[in-house]
Ligand binder design. Structure first.
Ligand code: HEM
Length: 444
């Protein structure tokens, strides 16, 4: 039997460590890193004993490991369905991922830019001038509309129905995923009862979208649903309708709020950095995109909306750097910890997009999308979406800078959002004679 060797860590009881982790989540982890170094062991409720890492070499080792580690025991499968990428591990996960990755490949994305711009213009039409408001609800509507049209291929009645149904459905689902209440349907007034009513409604709408798509010439369609209907597993079989419904819901849950909160952070950051804001506006007017792309990378470095990703040791032991972790141990990658490491990002607490102009971020140091076989499927889509949305906002509105304090982090369950929702004061700009711009290059 291999002997476990674990990094050092606090010896306080599990509950006390849990309370500390929950009440001072960001500062708490930073303090532990400062005290114990870039690998330490914690003992918290839900994860149990877990090793938190933030060293790029160890992160690379974890992300590129084989079957000896896999996703954390999936809880999300309870609400997203058994076919969801989040619910699958091992060979089943690889099989589904093989079909889900190609529709999000960088070269396909140009087809979706128009949809994102349309959704943004539609939403911006209701933005008030000279009055402070939170931008997060707008960003949520933009990213919802973009996913429903580009991923679900929804238009007309189904699009309206999904716009209504999905926000409360996903909110309820993400609560049920973490609450320790039984998965019993106690009628329409119980949480699971309400959940199943909404799920049946969702399945019926997706079934109608599939029927419509199958009547269309699928070759003429670019949406992810149409691509999934044409895809085949290695043995030549097709995805079942149930699998497609589960995966579309997964893509929406993973991609809607994460992208919206990052955009709200972009507004929050830019209003506090007027020099960068001015340069961005000049760049938009000149039809450029390099600084905007770098800004999006820097927003994600300094305000990663998912602050950690985890894996579980499946082999009897897993060697990670100098440590040997036993089976069942959780390894948590501290995204915020590595993103504010001075040795990797000099002057790390400063918001400085110029560090990414003309420089591609390192895959094991800049990790807002996680990494390895579980890296975010929608990373390139999200970057395109944020690029087009930001470009449209800067083209059509002036954002008024502010000297107010930074907005604090606020956990919304799935993503960490600016606590006041990325508040903005805007004024509509006179129409610009802007050169035709594309989001090309905003691929990751
Ligand atoms: C700024 C926006 C986004 C952020 C910050 C983000 C972040 C992440 C992170 C951290 C993971 C876990 C990676 C890991 O465990 O290593 C993930 C997984 C995933 N994301 Fe994203 N995501 C974003 C947008 C999207 C979009 C737009 C989609 C799809 C339309 C999407 C679909 C997925 C899926 C399906 C997975 C699961 C991958 C798997 O388990 O194989 N995400 N994302």
């Amino acid at each position: 039997m291999t002997t476990a060797t674990l990094p050092p860590g606090p010896s306080a009881p599990r509950l006390a460590q849990g309370v500390y982790a929950l009440t001072v989540p960001l500062r708490g982890l930073r303090r532990l890193r400062d005290r114990y170094g870039d690998a330490f062991t914690i003992n918290v409720p839900i994860f149990g004993r877990a090793v938190v890492i933030s060293d790029p070499a160890q992160i690379k080792q974890l992300f590129t490991a084989g079957a000896e580690v896999d996703n954390l025991e999936p809880n999300l499968g309870r609400v997203l369905g058994p076919g969801s990428l989040f619910a699958l591990t091992g060979a089943e996960h690889r099989k589904q991922r093989k079909l889900l990755v190609p529709p999000f490949h960088g070269r396909r994305l140009a087809a979706y830019e128009k949809i994102v711009e349309d959704e943004t213009v539609r939403e911006l039409a209701s933005w008030p001038e000279d009055r402070e408001f939170a931008t997060l609800p707008s960003m949520m509507r933009i990213t919802l509309g973009a996913i429903l049209r580009a991923v679900f291929g929804a238009e007309g009645a189904e699009l309206s129905q999904l716009r209504e149904l999905l926000p409360p459905f996903v909110t309820l689902g993400s609560r049920l995923a973490v609450l320790p209440i039984t998965k019993v349907d106690l009628g329409r007034w119980s949480p699971w009862g309400r959940f199943w009513i909404m799920r049946r409604e969702y399945d019926a709408i997706v079934e109608r979208l599939i029927t419509k798509a199958e009547r269309d010439d699928l070759d003429q369609r670019d949406d992810v649903l149409a691509l999934l209907l044409q895809s085949r597993y290695d043995d030549g079989s097709r995805m079942s309708h149930g699998e497609i419904a589960d995966q579309l819901l997964t893509l929406l849950t993973a991609g809607h709020e994460t992208t919206a909160t990052t955009l709200a952070w972009a507004v929050e950051r830019l209003r506090r950095h007027p020099g960068i804001l001015r340069e961005l506006v000049e760049e938009v007017d000149a039809g450029g995109s390099a600084l905007r792309e770098a800004t999006i990378l820097e927003v994600q470095r300094t305000r990663p909306v998912i602050d950690m990703v985890g894996r579980q040791v499946k082999a009897d032991a897993f060697r990670l750097g100098p440590w040997t972790l036993p089976k069942g141990y959780t390894v948590v990658v501290g995204i915020t910890l590595i993103h504010d490491d001075e040795s990797l990002f000099p002057n790390a607490r400063a918001f400085d997009p110029s560090r990414f102009v003309g420089a591609k971020p390192d895959l094991y140091q800049w990790i807002p999308f996680g990494g390895g076989t579980r890296r975010c499927v929608g990373a390139a889509f999200a970057n395109m979406e944020m690029n087009v949305t930001l470009r449209t906002i800067l083209r059509d509105f002036s954002l008024t800078p502010t000297a107010e304090r930074d907005e604090q982090w606020h956990s919304r369950g799935i993503a960490n959002a600016p606590a006041k929702g990325g508040r903005a004061v805007v004024r509509r700009r006179a129409p610009q004679q802007a050169p035709a711009a594309t989001a090309a290059g905003a691929r990751s």
